[in-house]
Design a binder for this molecule. Structure first.
Ligand code: AMP
Length: 203
């Protein structure tokens, strides 16, 4: 049985220089909605974050935004937040991250900045500590995450990742293939993740 009901997307609050990033956000949001899954995200209406929400809402999807009070009017407008079907306003970043984790069955990092890296790395550290086995995906649009995967490989090669089998994020280049990859991973939690990645590579 597949346990995936909701997908958390971490991504930039900026649009990036190449329009491919915003487009990827839109496509991912739409495919989450079309699969009948709930999008969980940081509530922002700008940059790639805004595009993911827009893509999901336009396709009739359910969207949960989780935003700290102090970021309203910085990363979002109150009018835009009204369009979400579930809104959670938190007191701080820690509460936001915890709620995003609790409400989500899988995690995707699309291109973004320091905030995006902080969020997805924390999810990987929790997997490493054995707190969860939820799928983690790098949406590798334009090879954006190649330096991150190279760094992870380097850490493993140098003997600093002792739980590599637990922290083996999936790498998916095509934003429209991400949901399918998550569903495969969600239905084979006990299978080795290398097996899942090879299924994805053939998609
Ligand atoms: P960025 O990738 O820097 O554009 O940020 C993407 C999202 O991460 C935004 O919603 C930021 O508010 C959020 N963010 C930034 N710093 C942090 C942090 N230390 N912890 C959690 N989220 C953060």
């Amino acid at each position: 049985m597949n346990t995936i009901r909701s997908v958390c997307v971490y991504c930039g609050s900026s649009p990036g220089h190449d329009e491919i990033y915003v487009k990827a956000g839109h496509l991912l949001g739409r495919s989450i909605a079309k699969a009948g899954l709930r999008l969980v995200y940081g509530g922002g209406t700008k940059g790639v974050m805004g595009a993911v929400a827009e893509g999901a809402l336009k396709a009739g999807g359910k969207v949960t935004g989780i935003i700290p009070r102090f970021l309203i009017n910085k990363e979002a407008t109150e009018t835009a937040l009204d369009r979400l079907d579930e809104l959670s306003i938190t007191d701080n970043m820690h509460e936001r991250k915890h709620k995003m984790f609790e409400k989500s069955d899988a995690f995707v990092a699309l291109p973004g900045g320091i905030g995006t890296v902080e969020e997805i790395v924390e999810i990987m550290t929790w997997a490493q500590l054995g707190h969860h086995r939820k799928p983690i995906v790098f949406g590798n649009v334009n090879g954006f995450w190649d330096p991150m995967t190279a760094l992870l490989d380097h850490m493993a090669a140098e003997g600093f990742i002792h739980t590599a089998q637990r922290v083996k994020p999936l790498v998916v280049n095509d934003p429209e293939a991400i949901v399918a990859a998550i569903m495969v991973a969600g239905s084979s939690v006990d299978a080795p993740t290398e097996g899942v990645q090879s299924v994805i590579d053939k998609m």
